[in-house]
Design a binder for this molecule. Sequence first.
Ligand SMILES: NC(=O)C1=CN([C@@H]2O[C@H](COP(=O)(O)OP(=O)(O)OC[C@H]3O[C@@H](n4cnc5c(N)ncnc54)[C@H](OP(=O)(O)O)[C@@H]3O)[C@@H](O)[C@H]2O)C=CC1
Ligand SMILES: O=C1Nc2ccccc2C1=O
Length: 290
Amino acid sequence: TWSPNDRTQIRECVEYAILEAGYRHIDTAYLYGCEDQVGEAVRNAIATGKVTREELFITTKVWPTFHKHMEHGLDLSLKVSGLDYFDLVLVHWPIPIKCDSDDGKPFRPTNEDGYIPRDTSSDHITMYQQLEKCLENGKAKAIGVSNYSIPKLESLLKECKYVPAVNQCELHPLLPRRDLCDFCTSKGIVMTSYFPFGGDGAPILKNEAIAEIAKKYSVSSSTILLSYHVNLGVSVVPKSFKPHRIKLNGKIVYLQKDDLEKLIDIGREKPHKFNNINFDVDLEFGKEDW
Ligand SMILES: NC(=O)C1=CN([C@@H]2O[C@H](COP(=O)(O)OP(=O)(O)OC[C@H]3O[C@@H](n4cnc5c(N)ncnc54)[C@H](OP(=O)(O)O)[C@@H]3O)[C@@H](O)[C@H]2O)C=CC1
Ligand SMILES: O=C1Nc2ccccc2C1=O
């Protein structure tokens, strides 16, 4: 439910996704400024009698400007959405961002170098530990992380009480991150792919190697990109505002092993990350640590 500009259509798209296209997993975040529309869509969908709350799986994320009070961040998401609980709550990014306000804003302050300034008085482990309390008090049915690297997960796993259920990261054939996926699988952490098409404007759909595989299966490149994840045991959260694409994105095909290998090979040598959010340099692990 992330949209960089127009956020007016999200309620109707979520309703369409649930009622007409069979979606059950909806991914949102406090950052996206649309949890009100997601909550309304969920209530409207339930009111039709076609789906129950228990059948739906609603994920949200607490933005790291709330690093001192993550439960308060989640409380705001609950209030805005009008939901009684979220099925999954993620630490949105492992990097605490400087913030003095109560509402977590500004979300992306910038320092004189143009970077989003990190608050070094906290860390990703402390943020996650606060969500563990939300698991215990029932505000979240499950908790997890987003944009966590292997070193971050290793340090978190040493300190946490509950293993994160999910790590949601940018993943697609141009950024296969098989090491991260294998690490997560070995620890019982489900990977979720965001930016399955490369984000706004869907740049990965122009890739010729993917188009060739799509031709072989007589499906669209978008179907290949989503099937890639499902075939690898990764969940995936595509976004579209167009009804026919919302439906199309529910279609998954079985991929032959050699085609799956071809897809992984596309980004093996030179992985490409589309999300270029400008966090302050990570002194410990280097800039690429997310
Ligand atoms: N945890 C995190 O830090 C992040 C999480 N996310 C989550 O991941 C979701 C997906 O990422 P998002 O940024 O939306 O980018 P996506 O990779 O899902 O791409 C969205 C773009 O693809 C287009 N598109 C969708 N389906 C098709 C199709 N079948 N054929 C052609 N074009 C298509 C959309 O256009 P149109 O709408 O016109 O169809 C839109 O321009 C977000 O909405 C958000 O929930 C995203 C970024 C970071
Ligand atoms: O959730 C997010 N969606 C985004 C889109 C662009 C850049 C960063 C983000 C997020 O953190």
